[in-house]
Every structure is written in C-alpha cells, then in structure tokens.
Design a protein around this ligand. Structure first.
Ligand SMILES: NC(=O)C1=CN([C@@H]2O[C@H](COP(=O)(O)OP(=O)(O)OC[C@H]3O[C@@H](n4cnc5c(N)ncnc54)[C@H](O)[C@@H]3O)[C@@H](O)[C@H]2O)C=CC1
Ligand SMILES: O=C(O)CCC(=O)C(=O)O
Length: 426
C-alpha cells in the first residue's frame, strides 16, 4: 500500500477508480451482512449475483440476486465481496484456482474473516495483476505486521474496522444485552453459536412461538413413544430459512414431557436420544392460508398424530387449524381439551355435563367432522377420549404430579382454566 504522493503533489491519474454502475457484483454469503449489502447495492444499477449454498433461489430472487456456483460467480464478477463465517469449509475458499478463473478487472473485498482468501494466492494474483485490486479488512494474523500484502500498491487495507462506527458499536452492545436477556429467560438466542437455527428473518420470527405451542398440543395428542416427527412448513415461508422452526417445534414437544429444562440447544439432542427421526419439510403451496405450520408424527404402534396452525388477520392471531386430519380454526387458550368420538347425537351434552359437574367453565367450543356421521380415520381415535394441551403451564400435570418422560394412558381429562382445579374422569 502506498501513500500515492509524489514530491510535487498528488498524481491524480494514479487514483482513478471504476464505477459500480453496470458492473457485476458477486456476494459470497447471503446472510445478515450479505443481504444488507445486496439491499444497499440495489440502487447502483449493478447486476448482483451471489454464492450461498444455504439460501434458496426464491429468497435470492426476492433480493434481486441470482444464485451462482462459486466458480461461475468468480468468472462473472467485476467485484466480489465476502460475507461468510470462517469454517473448515470456507478456509482458503478463494485460492489460486479461483483467481485463475477471475477477470483481470476483478476487485475483491474481504471484511469477514482472515484466511477465507488464501493470502499467498492473493499476493500472487495482485502482484502479477491477475486481478485489479483488493480491499482487505481481515487477516489470518492480526495485526498483519510484515505481511507482503502491505507492500502492494493495488490493495487497500484496514485494521479490522468493518464494524467500527459509533452506531455499529452501540448496536453490538444492545444486541449482546438482548441476547443475554433472552438466554436468562430461556428463550431462543438466534446468535448463539450452539443453536443451529441460522439467520432468522423477521417474517419467520412469529412462527417460532406458534410452532412451539403446536408442539405442546402435539405432545398432548400423542399417546405413546414417538418414532418420527415431521415439521412441515407450507406457503410463502418456504422461501426463507425456517430451520429454527424445527428447533422450536421440538422444544414445544418435549417441554411438557421431560423433567429436564428443554432449550433450543438440547431439544434436537432429546429427539436423537429417543431415536426419533426428525425432518423439516417445506412446500410453497398452501391452499387455505398464506402459511401453515404442521407437526406430524408417528407413534411406535403405527398411529399418526398431526396438528397444524397459522397466524390469521392483521393482528396475526395464532390459531390451530387442523388436528389429526380434522379442519378446525381455534385460537390457542391456556387450556385446551380435545375429544374424538363417534359422530352420534348426545355426545356434546354428556361432555358438557361432566365439565359442569367438575365446576369447569367452557369458554369456547368447536366441532369438526370429515363428513356426515363419519367416525374418525385414525385407528387409535375409535374410542372417546380427551387430550389436554396446556399453555402457560407446560410443566404442570393435571393431577398435580411431576411431569413424566412418557405419554399418558388414554383417559378423559378435564382441566380447570386456572390449572388449580382439575378432575380426571375415566
Ligand atoms: N470485519 C468486521 O469487523 C466484521 C466481520 N464480520 C464477519 O462477517 C461475516 C458475515 O457476518 P454475518 O452476515 O453476520 O453472518 P451470517 O451468519 O448472518 O451469514 C453468513 C452467511 O454465510 C453463509 N455461508 C456459510 N457457509 C458458507 C459457505 N461454505 N459458502 C457460502 N456461504 C456460506 C450462510 O449460509 C449465511 O447466509 C462473519 O464472518 C462475521 O464474523 C461481521 C461483522 C464485522
Ligand atoms: O469491531 C469488532 O469488535 C469486530 C467485529 C467483528 O469482526 C464481528 O462482529 O464479527
């Protein structure tokens, strides 16, 4: 890096730059920063391409970016800007083989982590003018004292100042404080290194508490040890990274049934320890709602359980929209009781009477059936029964017993709204 001054003043011609307008800019890593870079660059009249194997083409399209392979991105780009973590996979990602594919006009910027660009390969590419220039904020060893890169005149270096604005430093402090608060209250800390949730888009965020509650309902409905759980995401959410919804579903499922504290970190482990196969499935088609989240599981005896939910209206009210194949539309409540029974007259009155005898107020009710006089489809649905799903008291057992690491036997359970008064009818 040179000061660029001659004895008689500046040689202005040495400092002629190039425009971004009508150039191709390659963004490596379309996470938080890569996305912001794409949004900022949208106004520069450049063609934006990106490489990020963990981002869907639809998501990239929403950002006005075309996803390419890394090789194609390097070959097409006039500028490359790197925004990925340093991992074994990304160390030396940009090496001499990549520079061999680059245009001589390429200018490459790395403000992510040192070593993602192989420094020896970069030195070679810059010193032989294989590429036009580089802007480097991060080095393998910092400060980069003695690095031969510092002697080149087609590189601009900064001492790891990528986040050094007054605003960024303040935001970083606030962000850390918020994460600590979330961790202390047992909630999801999206930035935690041991949470496999990935970048959580604001559009995905409201689905987290929804699917966690669905997990609690699912757990109340499941009557035996689970062998598999599918977390299904249908609708517009399909184009986002929704991996956090899998974690939240598992957290909800296990919250009421294991005695240990369930978190976003240990929930996948709890599933693995129990030999439960867990999958995240996505589909862009959702017929009735903009988005629907479903937890579908199989129990060891082969029966299936499912529960779906959505967020409705401008207030984004959380609702259950399907239980075991029956269409419903029920808002979540502190206590829910689900009955499955043969479709014949007088059943509702029987249940109503039992609730009344137990001094329990019914605040709302919905009946669903697949067709006139039809009974339930699931074999395990053939006898009258109830399952409860309690929100707000996930650890409370209705009989006042400690939570158990197994599912309850079939029984008719009535729950008092306060959780304090409860009765069990068999
Ligand atoms: N120079 C500085 O002062 C600063 C540096 N950084 C660094 O910038 C980088 C990006 O930060 P964020 O955007 O917040 O991270 P992020 O986690 O939000 O995004 C990273 C993206 O990289 C993608 N990715 C992961 N492995 C990949 C691979 N092998 N190939 C291509 N893409 C891959 C992920 O899918 C994700 O979309 C990080 O390394 C961070 O430490 C961040 C802030 C300031
Ligand atoms: O300015 C700092 O403290 C370093 C920021 C950084 O490299 C990061 O957030 O990854």
């Amino acid at each position: 890096m040179r000061t660029g001054r001659s004895r008689r003043g500046r040689k202005r011609s040495k400092f002629t730059g190039v425009e971004l307008y009508e150039k191709t800019i390659g963004i490596v890593g379309l996470g938080r920063i890569g996305t912001l870079v794409a949004q900022r660059l949208a106004g520069f009249g450049a063609t934006l391409v990106a490489y990020d194997p963990y981002v869907t083409p639809t998501r990239a399209q929403q950002l006005g970016v075309q996803l390419l392979s890394l090789e194609d991105l390097v070959a097409a780009s006039d500028f490359i800007t790197i925004h990925i973590p340093k991992t074994p996979e990304t160390t030396g990602l940009i090496d001499s083989a990549m520079f061999a594919k680059a245009k001589p006009e390429l200018r490459i910027v790395n403000a992510s982590r040192g070593g993602i660009i192989d420094e020896a390969a970069l030195f070679e590419a810059l010193s032989t003018k294989r590429i036009a220039g580089a802007g480097i904020d991060v080095f393998v060893s910092e400060p980069p004292t003695g690095s031969p890169l510092l002697d080149l005149d087609n590189i601009v270096v900064t001492p790891h100042l990528g986040a050094s604005t007054d605003e960024a430093q303040e935001k970083a402090g606030i962000s850390v404080a918020k994460s600590v608060r979330l961790a202390l209250s047992g909630e999801l800390v999206p930035d935690a290194v041991n949470v496999a949730g990935g970048v959580i888009d604001p559009y995905v965020r409201p689905g987290i508490p929804l699917i966690e509650k669905l997990g609690q309902v699912f757990s109340g409905l499941a009557d035996g040890p689970l062998t598999s759980v599918d977390v299904e995401v249908r609708g517009e959410l399909e184009s986002y990274d929704v991996s956090v919804l899998k974690l939240a579903a598992l957290k909800g499922i296990f919250a009421g049934v294991v005695s240990e504290n369930v978190s976003y970190v240990n929930a996948p482990l709890l599933a693995e320890q129990r030999g439960i196969q867990v999958r995240l499935l996505t589909d862009s088609v959702s017929e009735e709602y903009r988005n629907v989240l479903t937890i579908r599981g199989a129990i060891a005896d082969g029966t299936q359980v499912s529960v779906s939910g959505t967020l409705t209206g401008t207030k984004q009210i959380e609702k259950i929209v399907e239980i075991n194949g029956y269409d419903v539309e029920v808002p979540f409540a502190d206590h829910l009781v689900v009955f499955t029974y043969d479709d014949r007259p007088g059943i509702v009155a029987v249940y109503g009477q039992k609730f009344g005898e137990a001094g329990i107020n019914i605040a709302g009710m919905q009946i669903a059936r697949r067709g006139r006089g039809e009974g339930p489809e699931h074999p395990h649905d053939r006898r009258p029964r109830a399952r409860r799903a309690a929100r707000g008291h996930p650890h409370s057992d209705l009989r006042g017993q400690p939570p158990r690491d197994r599912h309850p036997r079939p029984r008719l359970t009535l729950a008092a709204a306060s959780g304090a008064r409860a009765a069990i009818l068999r």
